[in-house]
Structure formats: structure tokens, C-alpha cells
Design a protein around this ligand. Structure first.
Ligand SMILES: [Zn+2]
Length: 71
């Protein structure tokens, strides 16, 4: 009985790890299209979500959101 419990425990853990591995995969990855303006993103930024100008815009907005008052 004990050994069986141990085995199923390991099996369970392995299954959990496999699920965790799957979840760690990025849900969305850059597909070459800017998610803000839907222009194609330069190949250099092939795994980026946004084109350069939208990314800068996004970062600017983030900065404002997170304590922009200090600037
Ligand atoms: Zn864009």
C-alpha cells in the first residue's frame, strides 16, 4: 500500500509539473504584427508584441501609470 501511494504521488507530481511546464509557455508571442496599430513589426523585433513606436508609447504610458508624478 505504502509503495503504491508513493508511486501515485510521484505520478501526480510529474503530471503537475507537465501542466506547469505547459502553462509557462507564453500565451501570446509576437507574430510579427503590432498589437496596437496592427502594422507589421520589423523582423528585428520579430518576437515583440508592438512596433517600436507603439512600444515606446506603451512604456511611456506605463511610466506615467507607475509614479510618473515624480518626473
Ligand atoms: Zn504599432
Amino acid at each position: 500500500m505504502q509503495a503504491e501511494d508513493r508511486a501515485s504521488e510521484i505520478e501526480q507530481r510529474e503530471r503537475d509539473e507537465a501542466i506547469a511546464r505547459c502553462r509557462k509557455q507564453p500565451v501570446e508571442s509576437g507574430n510579427g504584427i503590432c498589437r496596437d496599430c496592427f502594422e507589421s513589426v520589423e523582423v528585428l523585433r520579430g518576437n515583440a508584441f508592438r512596433c517600436v513606436s507603439c512600444q515606446q508609447d506603451f512604456e511611456h504610458r506605463q511610466r506615467i501609470k507607475h509614479g510618473g508624478r515624480h518626473v
